[in-house]
Design a protein around this ligand. Structure first.
Ligand code: ZN
Length: 292
């Protein structure tokens, strides 16, 4: 079997929930499942290098037979080996092709060359897109709310605020309608000028300031337009989340899926918890969607 020589064309950045394509390769896996690779797909895979947003759920249909996709991961190939979910290189590295691996329990009858279609579960996608959009907005609101705790000049975020999120992020997990971000507030951040000692006393005011900013953005609703900008349609191309905030346009590198605006979002709130001993700040973000 020949391995794909090009990236999978991905349509999920535009919000697509269904796509048609051709089976390029079927890789049997050690656990008995198979990884099915198509030339194009609407299925969002988890990227093991930065696994913030979980994979879509849904089905793959080949020759009229629908199979459940039990997982989807980024695969990488240099033409000789296919690494399924354990690529030795970052997504986008030159000389490699990056492919969406649709994981299925049973791939009998799924052959290269066959026409295939995929359908993504719309509600799961919507909930994860809401969570991911809320996560990015919360990170910007947090940067601004923490601005007073910096004593030195540091890189700024897209709104001109000290880029706490970018400098301190340890992990980010997108949940249905929310997210959990873990920040490391260690020696290196303090050396950069972050006054961690003042954080416990400031935490309530910081939380209120972030939530007030998020309230304003939620009220902007449909006027707060969001899109994914990209240089090409391959999985390995760089993509950026772009939001038209009331005070200007902001872009953040992002491989996930997002809402198109805040029209269907009623509120976004954050809760902050600081553990000085563990040198970690946890931000839990939750969005409430407009019902109906
Ligand atoms: Zn993102």
């Amino acid at each position: 079997m020949t391995l794909p020589a090009a990236d999978t064309v991905v349509t999920y950045p535009d919000g697509d929930l269904a796509s048609t394509g051709t089976v390029l390769h079927v890789e049997p896996l050690a656990d008995g499942r198979s990884a099915v690779i198509l030339d194009r797909t609407a299925f969002h895979p988890v990227d093991p290098v930065w696994p913030d947003q979980p994979a879509d759920t849904g089905t793959l249909t080949v020759d009229g037979r629908a199979v459940t996709v039990v997982g989807a991961v980024v695969g990488a190939t240099d033409g000789t080996t296919l690494h399924v979910g354990d690529a030795p290189v970052r997504t986008g590295t030159d000389g490699w092709s990056f492919v969406v691996c649709h994981l299925v329990e049973e791939a009998t009858g799924v052959e290269p060359g066959a026409a295939a279609s995929v359908e993504v579960d719309a509600e799961t996608r919507r909930a994860l897109s809401t969570g991911h959009t809320a996560c990015h907005l919360a990170s910007l609101a947090l940067d601004e709310a923490l601005a007073g705790l910096w004593t030195k000049e540091v890189p700024l975020d897209g709104r001109g605020q000290p880029a706490f999120d970018q400098l301190a992020i340890a992990s980010s997990r997108i949940l249905p309608d929310g997210s959990v971000d873990e920040y490391r507030i260690g020696k290196s951040l303090r050396k950069k000028g972050f006054t961690a000692a003042e954080l416990p006393a400031a935490l309530a005011a910081v939380t209120d300031a972030a939530n007030a900013r998020l309230d304003g953005w939620a009220q902007a609703g449909a006027a707060l337009a969001i899109s994914i900008e990209r240089d090409g349609d391959g999985l390995g191309e760089r993509r950026r989340w772009r939001a038209e905030l009331p005070d200007g346009v902001v872009e953040i590198p992002c491989g996930g899926t997002h809402l198109r605006s805040l029209a269907d979002v009623a509120t976004i709130r954050v809760e902050l918890a600081y553990d000085a001993e563990a040198a970690s700040l946890t931000m839990r973000t939750s969005a409430v969607r407009v019902s109906g």
